[in-house]
Design a protein. Structure first.
Length: 343
């Protein structure tokens, strides 16, 4: 226990193997600096010196889950610094771990810390399942692209809708290829089968986790949003109430334009792309699965005629994400309910 009896502010520069901990008073006076090898017991031991209920800040960097859980379990009020908000640290003339930890504590103490949301453990676990499934799908797509590449080298084009379906697989076995190319295709198909099995297992597990989630069921009523995209929205967005309105959600997802203003000069550029890549991908993919005649598809065509394809696609993705916001918040999408009642 420290001799200082007031509230302490603790900045932690968290790394993969070691971390630096700086403790300060509420007036900014430095009390102590500690370097630890990353371990929950060592971190908890250092936190004991900060008195009761200290304010602790660390950056949302690689592997922060264990540190946040340890700190919260020890009674600290934990704040997660957004990496983009504190990137100015790297432009200092002198940059080291102690300075980084001290600056984090200063930002927290002065109430100027750009904070990221600390997702609770159940949301983190769901994200782990959803993100890993997405990686499996990406690896499978890469393997399928390699099969097409091998066939292209042999000048072979198999006219089927799904090369990896029953008919496509059968046609593949009849293609005359050199020994090395044939062996590669066989190996790729075996790996695809393995990834298929793993992907199905994680898909089923995610569906079971979200079976009773009202928002998950509601957003699947949106055209273009099925179980896969619905799971991405639920897992990545988490508690939708942390966003004041749909525009804040769209901004968080990186679907809003950059805004640069100085004096009388204002520049609005491309979308920021700062946020969840998965949410952005799911929103854009979902609107491309919109059937003709829906309001979003009609609006997209109208915007495309004036502004071009890419701008229209992003605008439509924002409209979809707005409906996702209300579906997750209310457990229903009233616009769809009114449409069904009118029909």
């Amino acid at each position: 226990m420290s001799e200082y009896d007031g509230k302490q502010f603790v900045g932690i520069d968290l790394h993969r193997q070691r971390s630096v901990i700086v403790r300060q008073t509420d007036s900014g006076e430095q009390l102590a600096v500690a370097r630890i090898v990353n371990d929950p017991a060592s971190l908890a031991l250092q936190l004991e010196k900060a008195g009761e209920h200290p304010e602790v800040v660390l950056e949302a960097t690689y592997g922060w889950y264990w540190a946040v859980d340890t700190l919260q379990g020890a009674g600290a009020t934990v704040h997660l610094a957004h990496p983009l908000g504190v990137k100015g640290f790297r432009y200092r003339r002198v940059k080291n771990d102690v300075r980084d930890a001290r600056d984090l504590a200063d930002l927290l103490r002065m109430n100027r810390l750009p904070e990221a949301w600390i997702a609770p453990p159940p949301t983190r676990e769901l994200r782990e399942l959803v993100r890993y499934r997405a990686k499996l799908v990406a690896m499978r797509s890469s393997l399928k692209a390699q099969v097409h590449s091998v066939l292209a080298k042999a000048g072979v084009l198999i006219p089927v809708s799904d090369l990896f379906g029953v008919e496509g697989r059968e046609r593949l076995t009849q293609v005359p290829l050199g020994v090395a190319y044939a062996q590669r295709v066989i190996s790729l198909l075996e790996l695809i089968d393995v990834l298929d099995a793993h992907e199905r297992r994680f898909f089923d597990q995610i569906a079971a986790e979200l079976r009773d989630h009202p928002g998950y069921r509601a957003i699947q009523e949106l055209p273009g949003v099925g179980p896969t995209f619905g799971a991405v929205f639920v897992a990545e967005i988490g508690d939708v109430h942390r966003f004041a309105d749909p525009s804040h959600l769209c901004s968080w997802a990186g679907l809003t334009p950059k805004h640069r203003e100085s004096d009388t000069v204002v520049h609005r550029g491309h979308i920021t792309k700062q946020g969840s890549k998965l949410v952005r991908w799911a929103a854009v993919e979902a609107i491309q699965r919109q059937p003709a005649g829906t309001k979003i598809s009609v609006d997209r065509k109208r915007i495309e005629a004036r502004r071009g394809r890419n701008i229209a696609k992003v605008a439509a993705a924002r409209k979809l994400l707005t409906l996702v916001y209300y579906g997750l918040r209310d457990g229903e999408i009233r616009a769809l309910t009114r449409h069904k009642a009118a029909a």
